[in-house]
Design a binder for this molecule. Sequence first.
Ligand SMILES: Cc1cc2nc3c(=O)[nH]c(=O)nc-3n(C[C@H](O)[C@H](O)[C@H](O)COP(=O)(O)O)c2cc1C
Length: 193
Amino acid sequence: MSHPIITGFAGSLSAPSRTRAVVEDAVQLTAERYGGTGSVFDLLDLGPSLGRARRFGDLAQEAQDLLQSLVEADAIVLATPVHKGSYGGLFKHVFDLLDPTALYGKPILLAASGGGDRHALVIEHQLRPLFGFFEAQTLATGVYVSDRDFTDGRLADPATRARLERAVDQFGPYLPGFPASHSVSGAPVLAAI
Ligand SMILES: Cc1cc2nc3c(=O)[nH]c(=O)nc-3n(C[C@H](O)[C@H](O)[C@H](O)COP(=O)(O)O)c2cc1C
């Protein structure tokens, strides 16, 4: 492998979505840093078969393909909006449909977006244990963003962007064959945003 595949999933039904904006930034930074190819999808892209699905095979083919791209990625970015102090219900439902071994050993950057700062620990108390169940390698630095970190729908707060970059650095040990290059810029690294 010379180019890592980075896939991001935003557990949001909003358009535009702050959660998706963070995932897009994280995937783009990762693709640039490691010379890879990135793509992003969200709950809207998964479509209406998701809510009715009791198992993976009940999903529409397009939704199955998107989730397959997630489990086949070399590096994964996952984010959820905070709903009532936790991840959203449909975000959890997506992972309920995956085989327990589907994310084994996968490096995952965790992020969440909330209206304020009160629920910033949703990453540590809700998301990290969920992906512990899957025996995934969640990166040490989680990225929580709140509404005030955004300007015109994009993540603008310098401290939060610096935290995001720090988290992206932590993919390094899981992508040992890939160059940790900062020189790739302006490339069309995002295929599906
Ligand atoms: C049903 C619902 C519940 C929410 N609950 C919380 C919450 O408990 N804590 C919080 O900080 N924000 C909460 N929010 C605000 C969203 O998490 C926040 O605006 C988020 O950035 C929206 O992401 P999006 O643009 O991707 O939809 C809630 C929003 C909705 C719609």
